[in-house]
Design a protein around this ligand. Structure first.
Ligand SMILES: Nc1ncnc2c1ncn2[C@@H]1O[C@H](COP(=O)(O)OP(=O)(O)O)[C@@H](O)[C@H]1O
Ligand SMILES: [Mg+2]
Length: 257
């Protein structure tokens, strides 16, 4: 039986023109191919500047590839941007909450775009805020919340639309380690519960090893240099070997930084 494929990159490249310069365009993603099956959580690991966010933007439909093909649930994220409304949850490094909206109105945003009635969307938003431990903070504005709490709001916002696909770009790297650890565990539990397909981007080897059942290590420009699969019952020795393999690839590849 073949697994259902939810995300496909087929020989994708992305170049950025250098404005006002005769130099050739800068290639951030180079001939990148991978596929993610339904329910799978793929971790993309790479150094700063290797093209992770560019890949993320290609996935979420904010950029179109210079060449190659991106398909998410069989659709083109850039060309069919509206089709994806409410089907994808996105969590960025910086929470990107709307500062003029309260916590509950931020969480309800995706439901509002999906044209759900106000009372229903506020009910759903409120239960997600409670689930993320923010009961009582529904009417707080983002500036009144700590970084960890704001990231909790953005997790609630991502899950409120019941997404089939969850995309995370370094969601915890701006938080202190303990807060990050707690939120990561909660996010993984929610992902597991909802069965969503996930792509989780990080520059941290430790985080990649904690999150992923599958780790794709990027070189610069973005392309897969190494791939590993982890199993819960894997021995410490086998894990150490994977870590060493990852380190070899990252040490041998000089991204900026
Ligand atoms: N819109 C853009 N225009 C020009 N260069 C860009 C643009 N976006 C990213 N880049 C360049 O592409 C490379 C990869 O960036 P990015 O995808 O943000 O890396 P990462 O997320 O891995 O740190 C960097 O050198 C960056 O400067
Ligand atoms: Mg980035």
């Amino acid at each position: 039986m073949s697994e259902a494929i939810e995300i496909v990159f087929e020989r994708v490249s992305k170049s950025f023109a250098r404005t006002g310069s005769a130099e050739p365009a800068f290639e951030a993603v180079s001939d990148l191919s991978f596929a993610v099956a339904r329910g799978e959580l793929a971790v993309i690991l790479g150094k700063t500047g290797c093209g992770k966010s560019t890949t993320f933007n290609l996935l979420s439909g904010l950029l179109h590839p210079t060449s190659g093909r991106v398909r998410v649930k069989g659709h083109d994220p850039f060309g069919e941007f509206d089709w994806f409304r409410g089907k994808i949850g996105i969590i960025f490094q910086n929470d990107r909450l709307m500062p003029w909206r309260t916590a509950i109105d931020n969480v309800a945003l995706g439901l509002e775009l999906n044209k759900m009635a106000r009372s229903e969307r506020l009910d759903i938003a409120s239960s997600w805020l409670k689930r993320l431990g923010l009961g009582g903070h529904e009417h707080d504005y983002p500036h009144a919340l700590s970084g960890g709490m704001r990231q909790r709001v953005s997790i609630a916002r991502a899950f409120a639309v019941r997404p089939d696909i969850l995309l995370c770009d370094e969601p915890f790297s701006a938080l202190d380690e303990i807060t990050g650890d707690t939120l990561r565990a909660e996010l993984l539990e929610l992902l597991h519960e909802t069965g969503a397909t996930g792509v989780f981007i990080t520059h941290s080897i430790d985080e990649a090893l904690r999150v992923g059942s599958r780790i794709l290590v990027f070189e610069r420009p973005a392309r897969i240099a190494y791939e590993a699969r982890l199993h819960p019952e894997m021995s410490g020795e086998a894990r150490a070997e994977i870590r060493a393999g990852i380190l070899r690839v990252l040490a041998g590849n000089n991204a900026e930084g």
